[in-house]
Design a protein around this ligand. Structure first.
Ligand SMILES: *[C@@H]1O[C@H](CO)[C@@H](O)[C@H](O)[C@H]1NC(C)=O
Ligand SMILES: *[C@@H]1O[C@H](CO)[C@@H](O)[C@H](O)[C@H]1NC(C)=O
Ligand SMILES: *[C@@H]1O[C@H](CO)[C@@H](O)[C@H](O)[C@H]1NC(C)=O
Length: 429
């Protein structure tokens, strides 16, 4: 039945313009699907160009993008012979006068806001080519765990709102790589998001007894992390490095705790200022990292306070040292000394080396301190015993405090490096 019935008379297209009357038969049928045999589904081939990624809302889990949708289908009510019409093979026509496929994006949460008054190309064979701009806000399952090194995979599913597979079939107008290439060229602007790839899947959608054709595009995008690395990770890394290095400040000077307090204050201010840059919902790894840095700073401040107060207590009012602790300090100091000072042993002679503590009030008694575990055992009159041994006990207490400080510092460094490595590995995974 095609051909004669619906051949538009095109005489005069080339020198008098289109006579609207010849398209009247098309226009009056625009409310109906343009096929001659209703058993034949309309094939609509689609493609799109992603021209901008406007917003990724982690809190509402929304992706707002801008795309140009391209649709091609055949309207069997239109055809003409270009040879009779000065070789005119296609004309444009406003879309109000044409039947349009009702393609929509399933994930979209907004009604289509296509501008009115768009035109479409109509070829002499009745092939309609229609492009429309769309600003789509789609639901996307955003995983911000690896923020700011995250990749998102958002799906745009094109389907017909009404027509089942009996009436409409979808196909691809362009190859996938063409879509990716043109989109990449268009999104070359240095926005926050970079287009990585687009994959396609074409499962049919079954709703009740009806089967709908659909094309799914998985759009993979990646965040450019530069802004966040410079504004969040670097300052935080510097502060934690300073915090670790502040263990080099002598514990007995008393400057370490105020210094760490200042650092902690600075870090809190930094977190307050940079809070806007973080995703508003979920627990990304970077929040864990910040919490970890803060915890490390607090722990190291507590450690400094502990050591400072311990040093203060033992240098003013030393208590007798428990026997096991005393022998432990002795053994560990012997071990470190024998390891560290073996070359000097001959020249300096045997015996424990005097500890030099410039800030301590009375370092002299420690010089002559002879290790003897039995001496610390409080026996007989504890008062007199304690008084005799006070300088020696103070010396070993100081030794113990400094050893504890070194040990806790190493523990801190070990914990810091292992947790930072864990975080970095998780980021790269
Ligand atoms: C309509 O199309 C169906 C399926 O292609 C075919 O079986 C049938 O003969 C066609 N009807 C006419 C009138 O051409
Ligand atoms: C749609 O694409 C298919 C295969 O790619 C092709 O056979 C068909 O002619 C196209 N239809 C239209 C209307 O472009
Ligand atoms: C995106 O997710 C879909 C499944 O939801 C998967 O088939 C596809 O391969 C993913 N794409 C990328 C680039 O990871």
């Amino acid at each position: 039945g095609r051909g004669d019935d619906f051949t538009v008379s095109c005489s005069g297209f080339d020198h008098r313009g289109v006579d609207p009357a010849v398209f009247a038969s098309v226009m009056v049928r625009k409310d109906f699907r343009p096929v001659l045999n209703y058993s034949v589904p309309t094939q609509v081939n689609i493609s799109f160009t992603l021209s901008a990624i406007l917003d990724v809302d982690e809190q509402l889990q929304l992706l707002t993008s801008f795309l140009w949708l391209d649709m091609v289908w055949d309207n069997f009510f239109i055809s003409w012979n270009p040879e009779e019409c000065g070789g005119i093979q296609r004309i444009s026509m406003t879309t109000q006068n044409l039947w349009l496929p009702d393609i929509f994006i399933i994930e979209s949460i907004e009604v289509d806001q296509t501008p009115t008054g768009l035109s479409a190309y109509v070829s002499n064979e009745g092939r309609i080519q229609y492009k429309k701009p769309m600003k789509v806000t789609t639901i996307c399952n955003l995983d911000i765990f690896r923020f700011p090194f995250d990749r998102q995979n958002c799906t745009l599913t094109f389907s017909s709102f009404l027509y089942t597979v009996d009436d409409m079939l979808l196909g691809m107008e362009k190859e996938l790589w063409e879509i990716v290439d043109t989109s990449r060229n268009l999104i070359k602007t240095q926005g926050e998001w970079e287009l990585l790839a687009i994959n396609k899947a074409t499962p049919k959608l079954a709703v009740g007894s009806s089967l709908y054709d659909q094309i799914m595009f998985h759009v993979a995008i990646r965040r450019r992390p530069g802004l966040y690395v410079i504004n969040l990770l670097l300052p935080s890394g510097f502060l934690i490095a300073i915090d670790a290095l502040s263990f080099l400040l002598p514990a007995e000077s008393g400057h370490r705790a105020p210094f760490k307090m200042t650092l902690l204050l600075g870090y809190t201010v930094f977190l307050l200022m940079m809070n806007d840059l973080l995703p508003a919902s979920g627990v990304p790894l970077i929040s864990v990292y910040f919490a970890l840095c803060l915890t490390l700073m607090v722990v190291s401040l507590l450690e400094s306070i502990l050591i400072t107060s311990l040093l203060h207590v033992v240098s003013t009012q030393p208590r007798p040292m428990p026997h096991w602790l005393h022998s432990f300090v002795l053994r560990s100091s012997r071990v470190t000394e024998c390891c560290n000072q073996r070359p000097q042993e001959e020249s300096e002679g045997r015996g424990p080396k005097p500890i030099r503590l410039p800030h301590l009030k009375d370092p002299e008694p420690m010089a002559g301190w002879e290790p003897s575990p039995g001496k610390t055992e409080p026996k007989g009159d504890p008062q007199s015993d304690q008084r005799i041994q006070e300088p020696q006990v103070a010396g070993s207490w100081v030794k113990f405090s400094l050893a504890l400080d070194t040990f806790l510092c190493w523990l801190y460094l070990l914990f810091m490096s292992s947790s930072l490595i864990t975080v970095i590995v998780l980021w790269n995974a």
